[in-house]
Design a protein around this ligand. Sequence first.
Ligand SMILES: [Zn+2]
Ligand SMILES: [Zn+2]
Length: 202
Amino acid sequence: MKSNSNKITYCPVCRNKLEGMDSVDVLVDHYMCQNKHRYYHPVEEVFTHQTGAEYINLRYAADDLKEVIKAWLSKADYRRHLNNQLAEILRVYLDIKENIYSIEAQKERRYKYCLFCGETLSEFETNDLYASGLRCKNDHVYHLRGCLYPKDEKSSAQLCQYMDYDFFVRCIDNFLDNKHFKEFVPNQIREILLTIKSESSK
Ligand SMILES: [Zn+2]
Ligand SMILES: [Zn+2]
């Protein structure tokens, strides 16, 4: 039995040290390596049914767009009504504005190294249709379902790579165009997405 004291130490893409960083988003922890591969792990997940209904008109009053976005991410009573993927879009947007988002770095998506010991990961088949398995020679085992889920760790130990730029653009379109999302994207966030979209198509 391994202890659950494993500490996230290595970047799974390039094996450099992963450092914890300050995060504007109160519901995620945030990591980066020196090659600007960025990751987060959710401290608390927000699902769509927690975001709609009376929260649709929730609005933070400020003139500056960045200030409004930071409020939605950093104030728990706003953030709890923001779907996780919407929150990620907003974080990426802020990072782009602050020149700390590397389009090139986020293009590398393959998890090759163990988070805990840095050894090479090799794939194995799982009986979960939606997950593949990865393991290192020291028997650290992971399931890969979009994010990397270390087995034998509490589920909150998952590590997710920031979305790449193409996906960022597609996600914004999806939230704006899909009529089912109308009910749970707060109106102020919809307006922000429209602004981001017009800026990024310039
Ligand atoms: Zn890295
Ligand atoms: Zn390992």
